[in-house]
Design a protein around this ligand. Sequence first.
Ligand SMILES: Cc1cc2nc3c(=O)[nH]c(=O)nc-3n(C[C@H](O)[C@H](O)[C@H](O)COP(=O)(O)OP(=O)(O)OC[C@H]3O[C@@H](n4cnc5c(N)ncnc54)[C@H](O)[C@@H]3O)c2cc1C
Length: 486
Amino acid sequence: MEIQKIAEEIANKIGEEKVSTEKFHRMTYSRDWSPRDAKETILPDLVVVPSTTEEVAEVVKIAHKHRIPVVPFAGGTGMGGGVSPVRGGITIDTKGLNKILEIDEKNLTVTTQTGVTVLNLNRELEKHGLWWPHDPESKPSSTVGAAVSCDNDSTFGIKYGKLVDHLLNAVIVTGTGEIVRLGHRKALCTSTGYKLHWLLIGAEGTLGIVTEVTLKVFPKPETRAVEAAVFKSISEAIGALQRLLTAGLSVESAHINCKKRLGFYTHAYREKYGREPEIPDWAEALLFVSFNGDEEVVRFSHQYALRILQESGGLKVKEQEIIDGWWTSKHTLKFEPYKQKWPDSQRTKKFGAADLGIPIGRIEEAYQKFLQIAEKNQIEVLGMCVYNERPNRVSPSISFAVFVDDSNPDEVRRFYKYVEEMSKMAVDLGGTMSTYIGDGDRLGGFNRYEHGEALNYMKKIKEVFDPENIMNPGKKFESRWIKPEK
Ligand SMILES: Cc1cc2nc3c(=O)[nH]c(=O)nc-3n(C[C@H](O)[C@H](O)[C@H](O)COP(=O)(O)OP(=O)(O)OC[C@H]3O[C@@H](n4cnc5c(N)ncnc54)[C@H](O)[C@@H]3O)c2cc1C
């Protein structure tokens, strides 16, 4: 059926002001932040901006009837090509779903439509003394629905956990246009049924559109302290972090940077303040750590931590500006990317990453392989940062970041080859191919290497939610860049 006719059919259901076939509009929905040559972007045929679950269901029912792909689009900051309409079809801009439905102070939950940005959700929660401790740098644009759908990580995972620790229930519009609530209302734990709401975490729109979620939230802590120390090795920095946790300190976030990334901080310091920071040449790793809670607890944690860091071989970073630079770059809108963290090359190239989960004892090994794989594929290394995602433990989600000139098609292809080799390396080391970006249109050609026969069961699960394979096709089970393996 002609796309104009389908647009009219949808407009009759949800209003013509919410439907567009204009090329100008469609272009803005053609890609996300992942490296790709502009010539290779694909436009959706139609864009719709529904504002209720029922309107989303009307659109999907029509798509299902005509067997047309449906791609959910949120802030477009994804790094795995998740919003790319690889088979054209209807892009649903979920930002029309922008209402916060309930802030329940007594039960410490929030129920919201999923197109609300992470920043706006936290602004509203703050008025009630509450906080959703999910804080990606992309928060001004990225939405709650995308955080769930990509299983994102957040700076505060080491205290508060990941989405699996926060998501209590969700409403989904499936691939047939049915509206289904999954989860266990506001209960924080359950042993009934299957935990189907958790299937939505990291589903990237392939099972349906998540239109509403209830999340666990937390009282906003009184204060925080931020600290940094350098170490002779990455393993030493990991050991120090382990000690901070074992001691029972109130650690809320911890990032371990490799020497390359440390170099960006010192470079930015030199550029901005015109002096040399007192970082010794032997420094191979930089640990940033922050503590939160009541004033007295934070003060104690901070002082005690300084002792542990020193006993573990760390040297405190003296330049407060470097510490503030990290915090500012992660959490505020005052971020001046080139001044605080990134070198000049970031102006022309964008950063791309392999986001791997590596077992703690094999991180040094993974780092060496990272340098080799990047060199082999002629990709410029940006550096490694170890984030920590699960409460009270060293729980590595590692960004192996590189620079990619995405006006160069050959470099873009080499980048995806780099991602493939890095991903397989993670599996060989006993880890996983992705910890916050997701499969997108990157990993599908080779993720049987990680999942084996389980991939067949995943396909069957998708069929239950989406029998016609219209929900974000071309993702998770296929790659645009790498041919499938037998
Ligand atoms: C500067 C920068 C900093 C970043 N920092 C972080 C970080 O700290 N931590 C981190 O984990 N990531 C980070 N990211 C990656 C990115 O921001 C996240 O993956 C984020 O979740 C994407 O959100 P978005 O709203 O832009 O989603 P989009 O890119 O629009 O969509 C992402 C995926 O989710 C699907 N989707 C979106 N909404 C729904 C829905 N309602 N139902 C079903 N599927 C849906 C889309 O189809 C797509 O597959 C960063 C990216 C950038 C550019």
